[in-house]
Design a protein around this ligand. Sequence first.
Ligand code: G6P
Length: 366
Amino acid sequence: AQVDKGGYKHFMAKEIAEQPQVLQGALNHYINADATAMTLPQGLDFTAVNRLTMVACGTAFYACMVAKYWFEQLAGLPVEVDVASEFRYREPPVTDGTMAIFVSQSGETADTLAALRYMAGKAMQIVSVVNVPESSIARESDVALPILAGVEIGVASTKAFTCQLTTLATLVLHAARQRGRIDDAALADKLAALRALPGLMNTALGIEDRTVALSRDLAEARDILFLGRGAMYPLALEGALKLKEISYIHAEAYASGELKHGPIALVDPHVPVIVMAPRDSLFEKTVSNMQEVMARGGKVLLITDSQGAAEAGDGVWQVLLMPSIDPFLAPILYALPAQLLAYHTAIAKGTDVDQPRNLAKSVTVE
Ligand code: G6P
């Protein structure tokens, strides 16, 4: 069926705005209404798995990076993550008990498909997380998990990313339960938190007006830095990717703790530093990273919750407030401000948001 912009100026704007609804659909598919049970395909067996290999490209790769933190913390599974173009030519040895997971919106990315074929016959099980169920990657997997994002047209991925993360989060909980790593009460708690996501996303989208104003300032910058820690580090990477893809501003992301190992040399009043940091157990360390930036005249845009904002102290240039959320799911919610900032910065610069130069929606050739 033909998809239109539904009254929005761009497909990207529509796809950002519809995330609460599409995510709701994905949650309905994987979790029952009272958030007590999950439905995942038969045959997904993590009990004998002792290692995960996750492979993807672009935004899907950052979804894998988030999932690595989750699988390790919640399911006790070591995870290796790699971009498909590197993985496929490395000839990585595959040890017994390895499950391979491939994440792809289109299900047709040439490098990801080649990586999957490399793992066929070597991994215990090949699992894919895809938006197109009839795609090559889905067809060649033992188990294909649909992300149910609906057709995504904007070249810069938005709703597919949050639906990939949501699907991976349920997969992680499934693995944690099968491996006896999570008790019923904790599982019910996490499922309820997932169920609450669409509502929190609606609230988070309320920052759009503020991002319009902020983006006019960001559009003046030549370089922008993104920082994050833990599972927010991949979100910083995704924020930088989104921004450079559509606004053509040079953006780089670092793990906050790496600041003093290089990027701090770039900090001056003309380089905005966007810090993605919910108030979690590592927040204090992030505050000291921000102070290092501010002491060098850098202007910090902090994306956090109200407790984080209260603890951040003086000197922060701007704060974008997110609703508070279980830190486990913060990477899904914090994708929204990253998308909105990229979108409105691109609008302020007048670039082609839905069809950025030199980029393709799906890279089916090497
Ligand atoms: C291209 C797109 C990105 C996407 C990447 C991987 O670079 O522009 O938005 O993340 O391919 O695509 P896939 O379909 O495999 O998720």
